[in-house]
Each structure stands twice: as structure tokens, then as C-alpha cells.
Design a protein around this ligand. Structure first.
Ligand code: SF4
Length: 472
């Protein structure tokens, strides 16, 4: 599996291929519409949703403003509870730390509970290079790993696969990774879930090292929190002797009381549940109970730079609920892979170019991967104004120059001159109306734009002439 997305084409190129894949479009449409409808109902049940949303935004903003202080507090709390804190400036450093910790145990395999941060830094590949096998245990992640695929959704990484495809992947590849799929496996959800359960149980019972992410870290007590639906996470967090958690520095909340807000907004926004089925919390180590060795790797990897941007920093409020993906008309058609990042959809379009910078082709294209319809902002439980950040990042990309942007700048300059000269504009409008029958449907030299769009038809006479005749 390639989780590092090196050499990905720009969003328009990747999306062009994806929109022609009817199966993918069908899978995505069915899944996103189902989740979005359920989410709307779950949210409508709460009379104080607007206040909860505002509270979540305020808590996150306050935390980000004092992030340095809360991180130090967290380190002290984790250490006092028997854990060890490691600081990683980037993905390479985090991977080195984790590989070193695993090797120190003498183990050669680990089980993982869903962690986007470890996908962001390509941890599985880094461990593989060190001879360590990392087994994903979240069902959707397992499907992605067995299929040598990449995740395409924050919450449902295998959203682009249907039941038939999953059955085929299980039957074909499970035996290469451990316990094979049962004979005669069908595509019924119960049989697929049972096959995964048996396959994973073997790994849980054997693993001595677990690697996790976290949804939240509570600074006052040094507690980490994972919310999930399957219970696999809980197995990963409790059965191994050593637990290593890799978490982005923005995942902090100051107090347990702050959690109250997010434990209401996150499940309703993500799976449309009133409460998520499993909430696991762990604080350091406890004698004879759970992992006896706990390490927390705090990951920066572009977050400090993002925090320095007054407009863009709101992306760090994200609690990864995925509601913005499920309402996005662009995501629904292009799918998650086109974003070339572990964070797809609207949040990916603003977070990835900030974490990675906008120099590469894919990152420079991401702020344009949106229609700016604003549906993502409406559903975001922490009120991230995604369209505002998109426009802000477009300005940054446009400022970098590049062939496409030079053309755009020249067109805008010409348009600016015409709009500043009313006589020229009127003459141009009249000439365009008179020759309207001769206009081509496609613009030579602008095929990328006009091949998929018809130019608007011009009226027989300009509006100003019509107004003069009829209204003055
Ligand atoms: S940006 Fe908002 S809606 Fe999208 S995943 Fe993050 S918290 Fe959820």
C-alpha cells in the first residue's frame, strides 16, 4: 500500500479519471447520501446544536491560542502518569522514534487502531523498511490494506468499495496476511464481518505492541481518548504490553469538561449516532492492567506553520468527523483518491496544502478542488469556514505564479481594462451580439475549460441597448 502519495497528479487530472468510473461514482453517491441524511436527522434532534457548535469552535480556538502552554501541561501530566512523551518535528522524525521503540521491544509486528496521523507520515511503509509488519485492525482500514489500496474517506476509508469487491479482496488476500477467509465466503455483511473478526482476533491475541492515534488528548490529566464503532480499537489499546500513540499536536483539549461538547458533536456529525459505541480513555500506565509501557509521540509535521497563518489556522480545529466530505458535490463525484492526501474532501483541500506547503502540483491544485458552495461550512461542527480558507489559499497559489496563473492574470488584466472603459465595453458587447451566430462552442487554446462546458449564449442585443429602448 502506498500511503505517502508521492508523485500524485494534480487534482483535476486525478479527478478526470475518477469521474468516468461509474462504479466508484455509484458507491460514493449511495454512501454519502445515506450518511448525510442520517446526520441531518441526528443533528436536528438537539435544540442547542448551534450553541454546541459555537462552544466547540471557542474551545478549539482558545486551545490553539495557548497551544504551547497546553502541550507542556500535557507532557507533565502524561509523564506523571507513567508515560513517556516524544516530540516529532516532522514525519521522518516520528517514524524514526516509533521504529526505534518497536525495535527496543524485540518485536517484529504491531497492531494498529485507526490513526490518520500515522497514515499522514507513512508509518506503515517506514516500519516495513525496518522489517516490522504493521496490521491495520479497523475493518475499513483492513480492507484498504488487504486490497493494497489507499483510504478515500476520513471515517470510511473503504467507502469506494462495494460488498462484492470486499468479498473478492478477503478471499484473495487474507491468507497472505494471516488467517484465510472462510471457504465459500459470500458478500453478506454478516459473513464479511465474521471473516474480518476471525482474521483480526488472531492478531490481537498475538500482538505485544499496539500503535494508536487519538481523537483527543486532555491536558489536565494526560488522558488520551479514542472514539470508535467496532471495539477493535479497544482491543489494540488494552491487550498489547507496549502502546505507542502518535497524535497531532492540535488534538489537545484543556479539560475533561471540554470533552463533553465534542462527545456530542462528533458522533452525530460522523456516524449520525447519538453516542459513539466505544469511547476508550487511557492515562499513562497502571500496574497489572493494560499496557505496561506507554509512549506518546506528539507530531508537528506542518501544524506550527499552519497555526502561524491567521486565516488558515482554523483548519486545526477539525475533529475529523467527515461531515464536510459527505455533503461535498466535488468529493461525491471525484472520490477521495483524487485529493492525493490522507485527508480528502473539503478539509483535505485546506489542510493538506497547509501541512505540506503549496509547492507541489497536487498541493497547488487542492485549493481549487471546490465549487465554493459552502455546504461544508454549514455542516462543520466546529464551524471551520472552509470556503474562506480555500480562497485564502488560492491567493497564495496565485501569488506563486505558474503557467496557468500567468494566463489567468493576463485575462483579468484585459478584462479590467475593458470594464474601466465603458465605451469600449459597449462596442464590444454590440459586436459580440451581432456575430453571435458565428461563435464557436469551444475556445481554441482553452480546451481544458471548454471541453466540458458550453460557452453561454449571447442575447441578440446587449442589455444596455434593450434598457435604452424599453425603459428610458
Ligand atoms: S472540517 Fe469540520 S466537517 Fe470537515 S471533518 Fe473537520 S470537523 Fe468535520
Amino acid at each position: 500500500m502506498s500511503g505517502t502519495y508521492l508523485g500524485m497528479p494534480s487534482f483535476p487530472k486525478a479527478a478526470r479519471e475518477a469521474v468516468h468510473n461509474e462504479t466508484l461514482r455509484g458507491n460514493l453517491r449511495h454512501a454519502t447520501h445515506t450518511i448525510r441524511d442520517k446526520r441531518a436527522k441526528a443533528v436536528a434532534e438537539l435544540a442547542d446544536w448551534a450553541q454546541l457548535r459555537e462552544a466547540g469552535k471557542q474551545i478549539k480556538d482558545r486551545t490553539l491560542r495557548h497551544l504551547d502552554e497546553y502541550l507542556v501541561q500535557l507532557e507533565e501530566s502524561v509523564t506523571a502518569a507513567g508515560g513517556t512523551v516524544h516530540w516529532a518535528a516532522d514525519g521522518d522524525e516520528a517514524n524514526r522514534i516509533v521504529a526505534g521503540l518497536v525495535k527496543a521491544t524485540g518485536e517484529r509486528e504491531v497492531v494498529k487502531v485507526k490513526s490518520m496521523a500515522t497514515q499522514e507520515i507513512g508509518l506503515n511503509e517506514a516500519l516495513e523498511a525496518e522489517g516490522i509488519a504493521a496490521y491495520e485492525t479497523d475493518l475499513a482500514e483492513l480492507i484498504v490494506q488487504l486490497g493494497e489500496d489507499r483510504p478515500s474517506h476520513i471515517l470510511v476509508p473503504a467507502i469506494h468499495r462495494n460488498r462484492g469487491e470486499i468479498r473478492e479482496i478477503f478471499a484473495r488476500t487474507m491468507s497472505e496476511w494471516g488467517r484465510p477467509a472462510p471457504e465459500g465466503l459470500t458478500d453478506s455483511p454478516a459473513e464479511l464481518a465474521e471473516a474480518a473478526r476471525l482474521h483480526l482476533r488472531e492478531k490481537f491475541l498475538r500482538a505485544k505492541v499496539g500503535i494508536s492515534g487519538a481523537n483527543f488528548m486532555v491536558a489536565e490529566t494526560g488522558t488520551l481518548v479514542v472514539v470508535e464503532s467496532e471495539g477493535n480499537g479497544r482491543m489494540c489499546l488494552t491487550l498489547p504490553e507496549t502502546l505507542i500513540s502518535v497524535v497531532g499536536i492540535e488534538k489537545i483539549v484543556p479539560t475533561w469538561q471540554d470533552l463533553e461538547v465534542f462527545l456530542q458533536t462528533l458522533p452525530r456529525s460522523s456516524t449520525a449516532e447519538r453516542m459513539n459505541p466505544y469511547t476508550s480513555t487511557w492515562t499513562g500506565t497502571t500496574d497489572a492492567d493494560g499496557p505496561q509501557d506507554f509512549h506518546l509521540v506528539l507530531l508537528d509535521n506542518g501544524r506550527t506553520a499552519t497555526l502561524a497563518d491567521e486565516v488558515g489556522r482554523q483548519a486545526l480545529r477539525c475533529i475529523r468527523c467527515s461531515a464536510c466530505l459527505n455533503v461535498c458535490p466535488v468529493y461525491e463525484r471525484a472520490g477521495g483518491h483524487a485529493y492525493g492526501s490522507v485527508y480528502p474532501g473539503p478539509i483535505g483541500a485546506i489542510l493538506s496544502p497547509q501541512l505540506r506547503g503549496t509547492e507541489s502540483e497536487i498541493d497547488a491544485s487542492l485549493p481549487y478542488a471546490s465549487s465554493l458552495c459552502g455546504a461544508c461550512y454549514d455542516v462543520c461542527p466546529v464551524a471551520i469556514d472552509i470556503p474562506e480558507v480555500l480562497v485564502h489559499l488560492r491567493e497564495r497559489v496565485a501569488g506563486q505564479g505558474g503557467r496557468g496563473h500567468r494566463l489567468e492574470k493576463a485575462a483579468m488584466k484585459a478584462a479590467g481594462w475593458v470594464l474601466n472603459h465603458p465605451a469600449a465595453l459597449a462596442a464590444g458587447e454590440r459586436a459580440a451580439s451581432r456575430t453571435r451566430g458565428l461563435h464557436p462552442k469551444r475556445l481554441p487554446g482553452a480546451a481544458a475549460w471548454t471541453d466540458s462546458r458550453d460557452l453561454p449564449e449571447l442575447p441578440p442585443e446587449p442589455f444596455r441597448d434593450w434598457w435604452k429602448k424599453n425603459r428610458t
